[in-house]
Design a protein around this ligand. Sequence first.
Ligand SMILES: [Mg+2]
Length: 217
Amino acid sequence: MTERGNQIQAVISDFGGVLTTPLIESFMAFQDQTGISSETLGKAMQAATEANGDNPLFEMERGEITEVAFLEQLTDSLEPLLGHRPEMHRFKEIYFEALDPNPPMIELMRELKAEGHRMAMLTNNVREWEPLWRPMLPVDEIFEMVVDSGFVGCRKPESQIYALTLEKIGLPAEACLFVDDVLINCEGAQKAGINAVHFKDNDQAIPEIRAALAGLP
Ligand SMILES: [Mg+2]
């Protein structure tokens, strides 16, 4: 391994599930408030993907379809499963009401910036949701750039979005550390040559991030 003071100069953090509480809480809140189980929601997403040729969530996250179009497709796919047409207009509100900031990770990001690291955010997100997620944490104070799938036309774990992020940072892949709660997103980063920490919880991730930045194995 490299010596202390190794080559990692930039930290690239995910948003949802890393800088926030776990996303599963949003899906549980959706289930509680609509009576639609996560299993049914999953089946509807699968049916919508088959009907559409691509996962409508992924299309929304690439900014290829609007949130309204996404919810229509999801509603169309839920209707035969439920036997009625569900009301989905509060999807976004329910999702965000159940999501809280994750202070220990936000504080870590603040410290890493103060220690001189370049800081970037790389998020699979939805254009229309920006006014809801941005106020959850001091984005502009900590991060010099945000790469948001909804605005760049590609999403994690697609190789283009890592290349785009590296290009914006202007550093080689090996000088960057990526943090994400979704394993395939970490694997996508590693394929691009970026160091990655798979976030599972604060107690696991914070020391792993510290170790990676210190050049420890
Ligand atoms: Mg995430």
